[in-house]
Design a protein around this ligand. Structure first.
Ligand code: RIB
Ligand code: CA
Length: 341
């Protein structure tokens, strides 16, 4: 599958067509899924897709510090669950700080609360008091089928789960992670936010052997929602449509000021949508290494050229997202949100 929409940040080299290796949910066999997130405007929209789509069976939601401090991302998550009517969804708070480094947050993108711009309901969700790692372990152990993890923030909770429960790694079928970039980052020119915040956790997860799809900025910058999509959300006439339209209005300000775009990029939603739509995302099989030091901290070093991989003794074990069908994505997200009251 070739790149699907002209990329505003084009990759300099062509890449080989590579078949997806992430599992695909179907109505007949919904994928068991756990989302780990740091809402976050785009996290909220990813959760909406996960709940709306019959091809996914969202078992629970865990929360990490990232876009804002943990109390905020946890409250935001529970407000989004309430908005989506998921009052009984298991939800748990996880890491308040990265594995090693101090927390770096993104109020400059998501606002002080982490989810500014809309009138959100009182929180809901069935709080799992033992915390995120325990909730992931409990859900994975109890699932009759292997579970997909969709981390949408820094990988701290996932790394802690892997370190605490090596016996459960075999029951994680795939990780569909929003993070990283082949090309330019968004915190520094080298690093995307989720990996910049906790590169050490990313290194643990990428070394775990769990199959990964890395849904990075090269693809997610094509997951566009602008004024036309906001009008479509308003036209749904439901509260969720209005709230998400308001959230998009706030979220877009950063993209206008940083990039001069008249739309915002719904990064996290692509990592979840990839699990239900085989035509949405183009991937390339590549090796990915995480840079931990200094100015390149958090750079995801992505390589797919066979001769270079051979010389380095590396396998192209990661699916790296390199393209998205923007129109198809917008329809999928608007349709998902339109299903709520
Ligand atoms: O770089 C984009 C990512 O960082 C998204 O997950 C966004 O929610 C923030 O967490
Ligand atoms: Ca996020």
């Amino acid at each position: 599958m070739s790149p699907l929409t002209p990329n505003p940040m084009p990759l300099s080299t062509p890449y080989p067509d590579s078949p997806r290796r992430a599992p695909l949910g179907t109505r007949a066999k919904p994928l068991p899924l756990i989302i780990d997130c740091d809402p976050g405007h785009d996290d909220a929209m990813a959760i909406a897709i996960a709940i709306a789509r019959p091809e996914l069976n969202l078992l629970g939601v865990t929360v990490v510090a990232g876009n804002s401090i943990l109390p905020n991302t946890f409250l935001n998550t529970r407000r989004v669950l309430a908005l989506l009517g998921a009052h009984d969804m298991p939800v748990a708070a996880g890491a308040a700080v990265p594995l090693v480094r101090p927390l770096f947050t993104a109020a400059y993108v998501h606002g002080e609360s982490g989810l500014e711009g809309a009138d959100l309901p009182e929180p809901a969700g069935r709080v799992h008091e033992a915390g995120a790692v325990d909730l992931i372990a409990t859900l994975v152990a109890a699932s009759p089928e292997p579970v997909v993890l969709a981390p949408l923030g820094p990988l701290t909770n996932i790394a802690l789960f892997i370190q605490a429960h090596p016996e459960l790694i075999s029951k994680v079928s795939h990780i569909s992670w929003m993070g990283g970039a082949v090309g330019e980052g968004n915190v520094t020119s080298a690093a995307e936010f989720n990996v910049y915040v906790d590169p050490d956790a990313a290194a643990v997860v990428f070394a775990s052997g769990i199959p990964i799809t890395m849904v990075g900025l090269d693809a997610t910058h094509l997951a566009k929602m602008g004024a036309a999509e906001r009008a479509r959300l308003e036209a749904t006439g439901n509260r969720a449509g209005r709230v998400f339209s308001d959230l998009l209005g706030f979220f877009e300000v950063f993209y206008q000021e940083r990039y001069g775009w008249d739309y915002c990029a719904i990064h996290d939603a692509v990592a979840v949508a990839h699990l239900v739509d085989p035509e949405l995302v183009a991937v390339v099989h590549a090796a990915v290494d995480i840079e931990l030091a200094d100015l390149q901290r958090g750079r995801t070093v992505v390589d797919w050229f066979p001769d270079r991989l051979r010389d380095r003794g590396r396998a192209a074990s990661v699916d790296v997202a390199v393209g998205v069908d923007s129109a198809r994505f917008a329809d999928l997200l608007v349709d998902a949100i339109g299903q709520f009251a």
